[in-house]
Design a protein around this ligand. Structure first.
Ligand code: FES
Length: 369
């Protein structure tokens, strides 16, 4: 969207300083986020990882309506969407056009499942490409101030000018809805033979427009506890599967809660740990995050293979080490992203219940005929 939604500054344990902010409580889901004076409730909520409803983000569609139960608000901008007299009397506001004037309690229905988010169709253009080893980090901007609403872990379907259609995991965070980031193997056949549509994407120019249909897929974060207690999210991924994990982790870093996360990234010889420095910087920045790179320093054996048991043993040691410090009530959710069956088998050997294991294989990319 033109008034781009961006992430908040990150702090050591992924919680913001509460000074100079208003506290906004959410009903009926519970929880809260902090909001700066003069910043829209929508932007603040999304930056804090809340799945607030919205459409245009500029006051014209009415999708972001919420009811203020307690506290005062400030109008930020003119909104074309006409609230009814009844809505005004009942304290309904537009989250995209309203800021907090005090601590607030609002009533709003959040999207906590992929079923709650409509399929959207947007136009986008290539904004930036960064080459990291054999992977191209491609950033697309939605045209006409468009914004994509999705949950971390979901996919996007792309229709390119040359007639090809392909599906990709979204690597960006829902908090930055004006941007779509994809991780594309530069040498498709060598890095990841499944991504047959990579060549079409990589030949795009800045002037090209592509159609994005999203979000698709139902893989997303799970709460480890019905009671809303903290969750330890454990991501296990191989090669390019990191793309999906990246968006999910960035979303977690924005949440103002007590969750923690671990990333076990099993590199492939072709792609390596192509965002190793980013992961290490997360590990340094957040007390509640641990990064396990296997093999360390991308030091592959002679045949270039990592055995599943070797990778999972690193995770097992890590979990054993934190068992003493992790509170009893913290539940674990495991996310297996693009991992082999051998890795899934090793995870099962840890005695983890099936309800704690969430597995997804690579997005099916195809070229339209
Ligand atoms: S998102 Fe459209 S009016 Fe707020």
């Amino acid at each position: 969207m033109s008034n781009g939604i961006v992430t908040t500054a990150r702090t050591k344990n992924w919680k913001m300083s509460k000074s100079d902010h208003y506290l906004v409580k959410i009903e009926p889901a519970g929880g809260s986020f902090t909001s700066l004076p003069g910043r829209s409730l929508l932007h603040s909520g999304l930056a804090a990882g809340r799945s607030l409803p919205y459409g245009c983000a500029n006051g014209s569609c009415g999708e972001c309506r919420a009811r203020v139960i307690a506290g005062s608000t400030q109008r930020l901008q003119h909104a074309d969407y006409p609230l009814t007299e009844t809505e005004k009397i009942n304290g309904v506001c537009l989250l995209c056009s309203t800021a907090a004037g005090s601590d607030l309690t609002i009533e709003v229905v959040e999207a906590n499942s992929p079923d709650n988010i409509p399929l959207q169709q947007l136009k986008a253009k290539l904004a930036r490409v960064e080459q990291l080893q054999d992977v191209s980090i491609m950033e697309f901007k939605f045209t006409r101030g468009g914004a994509l609403r999705f949950l971390p872990g979901q996919d996007a379907l792309l229709d390119l000018p040359d007639g090809t259609r392909s599906q990709w995991p979204i690597a960006s965070c829902p908090c930055n809805a004006s941007l779509l980031e994809l991780h594309v193997p530069s040498q498709a056949a060598e890095c990841d033979a499944r991504n047959t549509a990579a060549g079409s994407l990589l030949s795009l120019h800045g002037r090209d427009r592509l159609s994005v249909t999203a979000p698709t897929g139902s893989f997303t974060l799970k709460s480890g506890s019905e009671a809303g207690l903290p969750t330890h999210h454990i991501f296990i991924t191989e090669g390019l599967g990191f793309a999906r994990a990246q968006g999910m982790l960035e979303h977690l870093f924005n949440l103002e809660n007590e969750d923690r996360a671990t990333l076990l990234w099993l590199a492939t010889p072709q792609c390596g740990h192509y965002r190793h420095n980013l992961c290490r910087s997360w590990d340094d920045a957040y007390d509640n995050f641990s990064y396990l790179a296997v093999p360390e320093n991308s030091d592959f054996s002679a045949n270039g293979e990592i055995s599943a048991s070797e990778g999972i043993s690193v995770l097992r040691e890590h979990l054993n080490a934190i068992d003493n410090t992790e509170a009893e009530h913290i539940k674990r959710q495991f996310y297996l992203i693009d991992t082999s069956d051998a890795v899934a088998l090793e995870i099962q050997k840890l005695g983890i219940g099936q309800d704690r294991i969430n597995r997804i294989e690579h997005a099916t990319n195809q070229t339209a005929g």
